[in-house]
Ligand binder design. Structure first.
Ligand SMILES: Cc1cc2nc3c(=O)[nH]c(=O)nc-3n(C[C@H](O)[C@H](O)[C@H](O)COP(=O)(O)OP(=O)(O)OC[C@H]3O[C@@H](n4cnc5c(N)ncnc54)[C@H](O)[C@@H]3O)c2cc1C
Length: 292
């Protein structure tokens, strides 16, 4: 098996175009498992860890963060936790310290597992994925269009993921994950919420609840109209229940070794209500402090 080690982004794109059978590798925490278990036998590996800039982030002129595909969970938690709290909260649940020191959001996107923990917060925040090929240049993909099926994405064979773009949080963001224990666990199901008070919008993301990560669009519409954005009135129990039911309705889970479809649906409704309470309490607490 060849091991390709481009030192620049341009060389990486050229190698990707010339060797479509080469498997990109970032932190290797998915790739190495697949190789060790002979789930894949690529004719080459395309190591991206020497490509400058992939492990950095910056702020674009429009105020959004552009976070390189090679930023590890550990660095994201330390360096961006204040601006991307939902994604940082999800990142803290990934694997173990060793996995968080190697694994990246770019790799999570590349793997496109319905259970990947970065997907719900990226969906809730309305992120965009920057991908590029040598032949056609840059393409920006709204994150919800990125997931194409179980472990399949919209990435073309000659494209690489360069970064994801997302606005710094303008309101509370929360992530909740059900697992069979507290660490080193693939989500039975997961849920993310993001409040965007300046747009009076609510964002959501569901994980391990359908063939792809997905938003709960009807739940977002309902809650965006229901919340008392100016007055900060408490969310009524009926509205919270309805939100939970709409989130549950957006899921199409399966029975598998980690849980039944029925359990996942129930858990999603609970997580939706719970994260809504956390987020709204934080938002109204902040609103009260500003007014006083
Ligand atoms: C013990 C263990 C525990 C884990 N726990 C969790 C967990 O709790 N939650 C979770 O979500 N995941 C978990 N994972 C899976 C894995 O750590 C994550 O999916 C991680 O985000 C992968 O990142 P990576 O950089 O290591 O990706 P890699 O393994 O390097 O790559 C993953 C996939 O993305 C592709 N890829 C990588 N970079 C690019 C790029 N720039 N452009 C195009 N394609 C690319 C690769 O070809 C590959 O298909 C765990 C894995 C292990 C081994």
């Amino acid at each position: 098996m060849d091991f390709l080690r481009p030192a620049s982004w341009e060389d990486a794109l050229a190698a990707r175009a010339e060797r479509p059978g080469a498997l990109p590798v970032q932190g290797g925490t998915d790739v190495m498992v697949e190789l060790n278990f002979a789930a894949r036998r690529p004719d080459a590996l395309l190591d991206l860890t020497r490509v400058g800039g992939l492990a950095d982030w910056d702020t674009a002129p429009d105020g959004r963060l552009r976070v390189g595909a090679g930023v590890t969970y550990a660095r994201l938690i330390d360096g961006l936790g204040d601006r991307l709290p939902g994604l940082a909260q999800a990142s803290r649940t990934v694997g173990s310290p060793q996995i968080r020191n190697r694994g990246t959001v770019g790799g999570n996107l590349g793997a496109a597992s319905p259970a990947g923990d970065s997907h719900p917060p990226l969906l809730a925040a309305g992120a965009e994925i920057e991908v590029e090929s040598a032949a056609r240049g840059v393409r920006m993909i709204p994150v919800e269009a990125f997931y194409a099926g179980v472990k399949r994405s919209a990435l073309e064979p000659d494209e690489l993921i360069r970064a994801f773009w997302t606005a710094p949080a303008s309101g509370p963001q929360y992530f909740s994950k059900i697992g069979t224990r507290n660490a080193m666990v693939i989500a039975v199901c997961s849920f993310a919420i993001a409040l965007r008070p300046e747009e009076r919008r609510v964002g959501t993301g569901l994980g391990s609840a359908a063939p792809t990560p997905r938003r709960a669009a009807a739940a977002e519409e309902f809650l965006s109209a229901e919340l008392d954005w100016d007055g900060g009135a408490p969310v009524s129990p009926a509205a919270a229940r309805r939100f939970g039911e709409l989130v549950r309705g957006a899921a199409s889970p399966i029975d598998d070794v980690r849980g039944t479809a029925g359990y996942r649906e129930h858990a999603l409704a609970v997580m939706a209500r719970r994260t809504l309470a956390w987020a709204w309490n934080e938002h109204t607490g902040a609103a009260t402090r500003e007014a006083s």
